[in-house]
Design a binder for this molecule. Structure first.
Ligand code: IFM
Length: 602
């Protein structure tokens, strides 16, 4: 089949169009169908075997028919009486050339199918059920409220859809559409690190770690990419990719989103703080932090016209309606924190693993001199600021752009701007597609006062169109943080059933994995106010008016904590593991032993 693509939207695709997976072989033999195909550009081969068996007593004849590499089928003839059930077991196994030489794919897959069919459907279903029971036990959110079924269904659907496609082998990442559709050609974006990853790090830290491994395993490609972009040192991760190579077509909406480097670094640091996995920092983390930081130290300059502050020009921030901008607030903020984390990693290694530091200095040709420059950048990062409104505009030019007048846009074109208007028309207006500066303020909320966040939220609330599915969940979380509880609930409600109710009218192309994870975040990071600051959990719990209670679980440094919020109190129960210290509503609290509960009056 051909991938569906639209020629009208530069974000979605600019071609080449037509079939992208070329069939190499297709065989139908007795009960087995076997397929192998290779992607045209990246040359990745996928092998897929499927075994079919009528397990009830009805079979009278089987036929296999093979016409060519595109058309093969199996036929099963059964004799059935009215109301009788026929059972067909179909077992499918996939593997790819990332895992083994293409010549070994078929043998491997047939053997996997053989084992699966020996074990039988019942065994496999049971194993899958146990696996998912464990997932729900750690990731599930329970809400008690009237008429909550629809939200519960939305939450569960969303969690399932993000957990299923998050790969566990360290060689693959996770598509923005999960495993459900062809939208964005299966590519991985920052959606994984900034939206999905925080859910996994607290519920399935091993899966989160595999996703980091995937980035680590593609570091060489990111280094090569940085050279193409003119950076002599460091690594630049691709905006969209599968095998680690940049797969963006239209660079202003792709490669220019340099913030992906800092996003990956942010996820890595979150993982280190939540799990305390210092070995990971030594083995892989420090190298990733150094290599991503190096690009930040090269991409900008200390600009005289900005009082010697460090400026980063011609990048695209998260917002895809304002591209190739100077000093995108989100990018500068995340870049500065990426550099800060890299400095800490180097210090940590020098003190705790000097041999590894030495190795890295040699491998990366890294010297202390670089640290001095990083420190200067950290001290002098430039942020656009509007004195009159006392807010951070999204970038240097944002306040100069033409005000957006939606009444001039016919209603049927409003949600499809790139499909209906030239990019320049969109980019010259003062409006925003999705959470951008606000996202930075959520991720680093400890660096801003509540008043500051509120002023910025009020401003961005007016200019954000939420045309991206990555937007409402973030606004909801920030709304919770500043006490706009009704608004937070409204945003949560939109996110929770976005795909089930197809609010964005594009479910045909697949799920919106980032938003799905954003629903979990809206409850845990939003209503319950969870942040991990300086490696410590902090909460600011709130119970939405519409609910009687809600509860969720978090894994933190090997311990399992259950948090339950009811009217007037929040309970923190240590289900498993060692003592956990945390902050709740600004003061310290702890649970010391398994079975302990700390109760906070609200
Ligand atoms: O990564 C996102 C981006 O932020 C908005 N457009 C869609 C991409 C994939 O979900």
């Amino acid at each position: 089949m051909e991938n569906h693509t639209r020629k009208t939207n530069p974000i979605v695709d600019y071609g080449p169009f037509g079939r992208k997976l070329e069939p190499d072989r297709l065989e139908a033999d007795n009960e087995l169908l076997y397929y192998e195909g290779t992607t045209q550009t990246s040359g990745l081969t996928v092998g897929c075997g499927s075994l079919h068996r009528i397990v009830s007593e009805h079979l009278i004849k089987k036929e296999s028919c093979q016409k060519n590499k595109l058309d093969a089928s199996l036929r099963f003839y059964v004799e059935v009486k009215e109301n009788e059930t026929v059972i067909l077991d179909k077992m499918i196994a996939y593997s790819t050339s990332l895992d083994m030489p293409v010549t070994e794919l078929k043998t491997y897959l047939l053997s996997a199918l053989g084992t699966a069919s020996e074990k039988g459907y019942g065994f496999l279903a049971e194993r899958q059920r146990n696996y998912f029971d464990c997932f729900w036990e750690h990731a599930g959110i329970e809400i008690a409220a009237k008429n909550i079924e629809a939200f519960h269904q939305g939450l569960r659907f969303n969690l399932f859809q993000i957990f299923q496609p998050a790969w566990r082998d360290g060689k693959t990442g996770m598509g923005a559409k999960g495993l459900t559709g062809e939208g964005y050609e299966g590519h991985y974006f920052w959606d994984t690190e900034m939206y999905v990853f925080p859910v996994l790090v607290y519920s399935q830290p091993d899966v989160a770690k595999s996703l980091l491994d995937y980035r680590y395993n593609t570091l060489d490609k990111a280094r090569a990419r940085a050279r193409i972009l003119g950076h002599e040192k460091g690594a630049l991760f691709p905006w969209r990719t599968i095998n680690g190579e940049e797969a963006s077509t239209y660079y202003p909406l792709g490669t220019a989103q340099y913030h992906i480097n800092a996003d990956i670094a942010y996820a890595l640091v979150l993982y280190l703080q939540v799990t305390g996995d210092e070995e990971y920092l030594k083995e892989k983390g420090a190298e990733m932090l150094i290599e991503t930081a190096r690009v930040w130290a090269d991409v900008g300059s200390f600009a005289e016209c900005r009082g010697g502050k460090y400026c980063i020009c011609d990048v695209t921030g998260p917002d895809e309606y304002n591209v190739l901008v100077d000093n995108n607030f989100y990018t500068n903020l995340m870049a500065r924190e990426n550099l800060r984390d890299a400095v800490s990693a180097v210090k940590y290694l020098k003190e705790n693993a000097p041999d590894r530091m030495e190795q890295l200095c040699e491998k990366l040709d890294f010297s202390e001199e670089e640290l001095k420059i990083w420190d200067q950048i950290i001290e002098n990062m430039y942020f656009p600021y509007d004195e009159k409104r006392q807010i951070y505009p999204m970038d240097d030019g944002f306040m100069m752009r033409k005000p957006w007048d939606e009444s001039k846009i016919p209603p049927e074109k409003r949600a499809w701007l790139y499909e209906n208007y030239h990019p320049l028309f969109i980019m010259r207006h003062r409006m925003s597609k999705q959470a951008d500066a606000i996202l930075g303020m959520y991720l680093h909320s400890d660096l801003f006062s509540e008043e500051e966040i509120r002023r910025n939220y009020d401003f961005y609330q007016e200019v954000t169109l939420h045309h991206s599915s990555l937007s409402t969940c973030i606004f909801g979380i920030v709304a919770s943080d500043i006490g706009y509880h009704e608004e937070a609930y409204r945003y949560f409600s939109e996110s929770a059933r976005m795909d089930l109710d197809d609010y964005h009218n594009n479910f045909y192309a697949g799920i919106h994995a980032a938003n799905m994870a954003g629903t979990w975040q809206a409850v845990v990071n939003g209503f319950a106010g969870l942040r991990c600051q300086n490696a410590r959990l902090r909460f600011k719990p709130h119970l939405p008016e519409e609910w009687e209670s809600y509860s969720f679980r978090l894994q933190y440094r090997g311990s399992l904590l259950k948090v339950t919020i009811t009217r007037g109190k929040a309970e923190f129960h240590l289900l498993r593991g060692e003592a956990v210290q945390f902050l709740v509503n600004g003061h310290s609290a702890s649970v010391e032993q398994e079975g302990d509960t700390y109760v906070e009056e609200l």
